[in-house]
Design a protein around this ligand. Sequence first.
Ligand SMILES: [Zn+2]
Length: 305
Amino acid sequence: MNITDAHVHLITAGMADSAYHRYLKLFPAFPDAVRHNAQKLFGGGFPEYLAQTTIEQQAREWLSQMDKHGVSRVVFFPIAERLEEMRDFIRHAPGRFYGYAFIEEPAGETAPVRLKTAVNEFGLCGLKLYPSIQMFHPGDAALFPLYEEAQSLGIPITFHFGISNAPIADYRFVNPMEIQLPLKLFPRLNFIIAHFGAGYFREACLLGFHNKNIHLDTSGTNNWREYTPEKMPLEEVFRRAVAIYSAERILFGTDSLLRPGAGYRGAIKEEQIGIVQRIGISESEQALVMGENAERLLARDGSAP
Ligand SMILES: [Zn+2]
C-alpha cells in the first residue's frame, strides 16, 4: 500500500522568525508573554537546530525518515508565508514532497493573488489556514475572495480548528461550524478539517450531514480526546468518521515535525494502520484513507500526482 501522509510540518529558521513577528504584531503590548510562549514551543534546542540546518539537510533528513517508515509521499504545512523556502524544500523530492502555502492576513485584499502566485509560480498545492493563530473568522465574507481563488486553482484548504499547541491561540476562532456557509457557496472547493476537529468532532460530524466537499484528517496523537467529557477510543472516532463521511473523505496524517529528539511519528502511523484494518472497511477503502484520497485532492488536473 502506498502511504501519503497528508499532514506534516516544515519549519525553517525564516518561518519561525516570521511567526514570532506575527505574534509581536498581534500583541505589541505583550512582548514578554509572546517570548515566553514562543520559548515553550520553539525551545529545547530547536532554534539552534534550525540555525545550523540548511533546507537541503532538512530535505535529506525527511527522505531518510520516510524511507525508514515506508512513507511514499508527505504534505508539508508551513507556519508562515515563506513561499520561496517551501518551494526550495519541495524541489529536493518532486513527486514525494508536496508543499502547502500559508498566507498572512488571509482576509487582506492581496491574499487571493498571493495564493495564485504560491500555486502557479511556486508549485504549492494547497492552503493551510489556522484561524485561532491568525485570528480571523473563516465564515466571514472577507475570506470569500480567497476561497474563490482556491476553488478556481483547484487546491484544497486544510483548517486547524479546535484546541491548539500554538504558543498563543485565540479560541474564539476554533469552531468548524464557521465553514458551514462557505461549504455551500464554494461547492468545488475541498475543505479538510485537521485532527478530526481537535475537540470539535461532534461539529465536524454534523457538517458531514449534507456536504460532500468536506474531509477529515486523522493526524497527530488526537490527544484532544483527553479533554472531552467522554473519552472516545480512537478506533471509535475512526468508525464514526467513516460511517458519516465514508472512507473516501478521510485522510491519514501524523502531524510529524523533525526536531532534535523527534523523528517521523512512526508509532502514530502504525497505530492508525492497525485501526484502519480493524474497522471493517475493504482493502481498497483502506488504501483510500492511507493515501489515495490525499493524492486525488492534490492532483489539480483530476489525476493522481
Ligand atoms: Zn499540524
